[in-house]
Design a binder for this molecule. Sequence first.
Ligand SMILES: CCC(=O)Oc1c(C)cccc1C(=O)O
Ligand SMILES: [Zn+2]
Length: 328
Amino acid sequence: NAIDQVQGTGKNLTGEVKTFEVAKKNGYYYLADETRGNGINTVDAKHVNYILFSLLSQLFGVTGLEIREKSPTFTDPTAVDAHVNAETVYDYYKKTFGLNSYDGKGAKIISSVHVGKEWNNAAWNGKQMIYGDGDGETFRPFSGALDVIAHELTHAVTEKTANLDYQGESGALNESMSDIMGAMVDRDDWEIGEDIYVQGEKAQGLRSLKDPASIPNPLNPKEGYPDHYSKRYTGEEDNGGVHINSSINNKAAYLISEGGTHYGVTTQGIGREETEQIYYRALTKYLTATSNFSAMRQAAIQAARDLYGKDSKEVKAVEDAYQAVGVQ
Ligand SMILES: CCC(=O)Oc1c(C)cccc1C(=O)O
Ligand SMILES: [Zn+2]
């Protein structure tokens, strides 16, 4: 037919040659994967300023210019990473939870790269994923980190399910769900964003689920990110610290999976496979827009009961982990 689905190749941001699905039309090749859901499309925002881009995207559905090549070899590593990582996250949700794209109905996944000028950000803007190139000093292009892409797409999953209000404790849970799934997709560590830092002392990552306090808290640099409810941020910045207090729930998830003794409370870990199922079930069946940390604990306990039984070691791990981070 007029559009053929073929294999494309190209180097990503770390110089690895990747292969991925592309579309061939009228002799040109596009970053359009029609084999997953209703499609995965990666386009170029051509450094349009972030605010203007967001207006165009949300008001007029403008997402950027098609990235096209005259051969199936793609030459923009930032776009290659965005496309390949989006395919990987799609496959994770399908395989792990049977979810077909972020809405369960195969919703088209659109990523725009090169948003803004040296923009140190990435976001799900309610309709699509958008990625800045980073300033090249501290950050490299944000599409280069699989955990960042999984984080952004999980915002879309959350929006279609619990739709946790993006402020205060529900906002911190919104952020935490994205960090937890980010760490589960990028399975080799418990850091978030370690791959987008320009190598150097900052290469530890944006946040750590394993040891939140090991990374300086941007809102209170003398301290690390909070790893106990008593250390939560209570100010107004960052919508009430949604990117800060997420670390309290992140630590609980880490303890449930890997175990450990935290502030004198010991949790026996149950592993990543069961932990991801507990959080996905809590997110999609029990959490609501106004759920706070206490409701999160209840939702995770109920999800563990549903999945593994009332008196299971999984339920005990959830109870111990939330006790360890001071959430009742
Ligand atoms: C791990 C990805 C992440 O946190 O992206 C954001 C950045 C870098 C700045 C502002 C918001 C976000 C977000 O997606 O929450
Ligand atoms: Zn986020």
